[in-house]
Design a protein around this ligand. Structure first.
Ligand code: UDP
Length: 276
């Protein structure tokens, strides 16, 4: 096991917005970064210390954010926002811009584990059913070699207030990880990270079902399906009761909103062109 070197920390704000190139979809800003640039950003956050929130935007995020201004604000205030899914890259292209890469929760975990194995940074795994994150960490050690696990904890499902919150705060305060992955599902995990910024973890990322995939508990859609934007169909086939409304109602509405957004942008562009 590698021992991490910890710099002294105080919560800081992330990248200055003026240094970020971002693409806006339905009022949510997504960083225009390649896979390598995303990995470099994580390394920079770890080196700098402070607290940085990473959000991985997929169509569900766009759906929730298009209905909830607080969630939209959370995404826009996050320090790094990746496009988690081929459909988000399509949406960007449809709206006249481009997002160079798809960077998912498992991709962020791979990046952090590589950093840990090479530089000794430490990673805390929070969330998922008992035993799942530990199995994911074991699988990651097989793939990347030994790395520094700062801690693993699976809190009970549902609200995490009162003594449970005190307990989690104490665990993280003692472990002082460089990177924290939170698997509570969206938007719970992302609000939780925002509300725990004061813990001063240099990188905190909500990663949804990533521990389930990495542990092998749930089989992920094959790569060709991920690349061709069909991952949702595999998830829907596996969990139709839980996901039917999300994919067939909420996400279809989002596609409609994206269509309206393109129309509105074109109208605005042509009315600006007509001005003397
Ligand atoms: N989960 C959790 N606590 C909760 C809700 C969910 O630990 O209160 C875990 C769940 O076990 C799973 C992960 O969060 O490992 C992601 O859940 P889901 O598939 O709903 O998230 P999504 O990837 O769809 O955002």
């Amino acid at each position: 096991m590698v021992v991490s070197t910890m710099a002294s920390r105080s919560p800081t704000i992330g990248e200055s917005p003026k240094h970020r190139q971002r693409v806006e979809i339905l009022g949510m800003q997504i960083d225009r970064l390649t896979y390598a640039e995303t990995e470099q950003s994580l390394a920079r956050f770890i080196a700098r210390g402070g607290a940085h929130q990473v959000a991985t935007v997929n169509i569900d995020f766009l759906s929730i954010g298009s209905r909830d201004p607080a969630f939209r604000a959370l995404v826009n205030e996050a320090d790094l926002v990746t496009a988690d899914g081929t459909p988000v890259r399509w949406a960007a292209r449809y709206l006249g811009s481009s997002l160079p890469a798809r960077v998912t929760g498992p991709d962020l975990i791979d990046m952090a584990v590589r950093h840990s194995a090479a530089h000794g940074s430490s990673i805390f795994f929070l969330g998922a059913a008992p035993g799942v994150a530990a199995a994911a960490a074991d699988a990651l050690a097989v793939k990347h070699g030994a790395f520094h696990v700062a801690g693993i904890y699976a809190p009970p499902m549902g609200r995490l207030d009162g003594p449970e919150d005190v307990h989690i705060r104490r665990l993280l305060g003692d472990a002082r990880p460089d990177v924290l992955f939170v698997a509570f599902g969206c938007p719970k995990q992302d609000f939780w990270i925002r509300d725990h910024r004061d813990l001063g973890v240099p990188v905190s990322a909500g990663i949804g079902g990533s521990f389930d995939y990495l542990s092998g508990r749930i089989r992920r859609a094959p790569r060709w399906a991920q690349r061709s934007g069909l991952e949702w169909a595999f998830r829907l086939a596996r969990e139709p009761r839980r996901l039917a409304k999300r994919y067939l109602v909420d996400d279809v509405q989002v596609l409609g909103r994206i269509g309206i957004s393109r129309f509105t942008r074109k109208q605005e562009a042509s009315s600006q062109g007509e001005r003397p």
